[in-house]
Design a protein around this ligand. Structure first.
Ligand SMILES: [Zn+2]
Length: 288
C-alpha cells in the first residue's frame, strides 16, 4: 500500500499550478473510525481531498472546510493542518442507492440547500473566512465554485473516491492558471478535463508521480514538492475538560445529579472520555 501524499506541480514553466493528492489510506481510516456507509465514505474521501487541495495554497496553519447542505447525513467537516487530516460527518450511517451513472449519491446525502465554508487560520489575529453556496453537494463542483467565486481564483477541480467493502482509491486534482497563463495552456488543460475527472480510477492503476506525467504529457510538468498526508486527531483529556468547563456550572451540576458523570466522544476520532461525579466537581471548582 502506498502512503498518501500531495504533489505540487507546475506546467509550462509556471503558466499554471496543480495539486494532485492521493487520500486512499486517510479516507479508509475515516471510514473505519466512523463506520461510514459507502455513500458517506465517498463523501469523507472527497471531502478530505478537497481539504488537502485547498490547504495546499497556504504554507502553514490550519484549514477547516465545512459542507452544510441540509441532507440526511448532516454536516461534513474536514480539518487539514500541514498534511495532518481529520474529518467527521453527522450521520455516517446514511446510505443511498447508487445514482444512474453508478456513482455514490454524495449530493443526496449532503444536500444542496446550504453553504460551503472555509476557515483559514494562519496564526494571525483573525482567521480568513470564505463562503459560497452549494450547487450540487457532490463536493467537486462546490469546491470549484468556491475557489472561483469566493477566492476569485478560476480553477479546474476533480475529486473521486471509489468505495467497495473498503476505500479502494481516493484522490483529487486542483488546477489553477497563474498570471500570464496563455489561452493555449487553458485550452490544453480544459481538453484534459474528462481524463482528470476519473482521478480515483486513475489512482488505482498509477502512482501520483506516474499520473503527473500521463495527465500533463506534453505540458512540461514539474513536481515542486511532495507532502505526506495522514489521518490524526489531536483531541485530549485537557481539551475535553475545557469543553466541560465552558458548559457552565448549572449544566455540570445537572450532569452530576442526573447521570452521575459525563462521557464526551470526540467527533473526529470517536475516542470516549469519561468523567465521574468527583472529577466534574473538580472542574466546577476550576470555574470559580
Ligand atoms: Zn479525537
Amino acid at each position: 500500500m502506498r502512503n498518501d501524499s500531495a504533489l505540487h506541480i507546475t506546467v509550462r514553466t509556471g503558466e499554471a499550478r496543480a495539486i494532485l493528492c492521493e487520500t486512499t489510506q486517510t479516507a479508509e481510516t475515516a471510514r473505519q473510525i466512523h463506520r461510514a456507509s459507502r455513500t458517506c465514505a465517498a463523501a469523507l474521501g472527497r471531502g478530505l481531498s478537497a481539504a488537502v487541495l485547498l490547504s495546499s495554497t497556504q504554507k502553514t496553519g490550519r484549514l477547516t472546510l465545512t459542507f452544510k447542505g441540509g441532507g440526511p447525513a448532516g454536516a461534513l467537516v474536514m480539518i487539514a493542518a500541514e498534511g495532518v487530516l481529520k474529518a467527521t460527518i453527522d450521520d455516517p450511517a446514511v446510505e443511498l442507492p447508487l445514482k444512474a451513472n453508478g456513482q455514490p449519491d454524495v449530493g443526496g446525502a449532503i444536500g444542496r440547500e446550504g453553504r460551503v465554508t472555509v476557515v483559514r487560520d494562519l496564526g494571525l489575529k483573525e482567521p480568513y473566512v470564505g463562503q459560497s453556496s452549494l450547487v450540487t453537494g457532490e463536493i467537486a463542483e462546490d469546491l470549484c465554485l468556491y475557489c472561483t467565486v469566493s477566492e476569485q481564483q478560476p480553477s479546474l477541480c476533480a475529486l473521486g473516491a471509489r468505495v467497495g467493502e473498503r476505500v479502494l482509491s481516493s484522490g483529487g486534482l486542483l488546477i489553477q492558471p497563474l498570471p500570464g497563463c496563455s489561452e493555449q495552456t487553458i485550452t490544453d488543460l480544459e481538453a484534459r478535463a474528462l481524463a482528470f475527472s476519473n482521478i480515483s480510477g486513475l489512482l488505482e492503476r498509477e502512482s501520483p508521480e506516474e499520473l503527473v506525467n500521463s495527465l500533463f504529457n506534453g505540458m512540461d510538468p514539474v513536481v515542486l514538492s511532495s507532502r505526506p498526508l495522514a489521518y490524526q486527531c489531536d483531541c485530549s483529556r485537557e481539551r475535553m475538560e475545557r469543553a466541560l468547563i465552558s458548559m457552565g456550572r448549572d449544566e455540570l451540576q445537572l450532569l452530576i445529579e442526573e447521570q452521575g458523570g459525563a462521557e464526551l466522544v470526540c467527533h473526529f476520532c470517536r475516542s470516549a472520555y469519561a468523567f465521574d461525579a468527583g472529577q466534574l466537581r473538580v472542574l466546577m471548582k476550576e470555574q470559580d
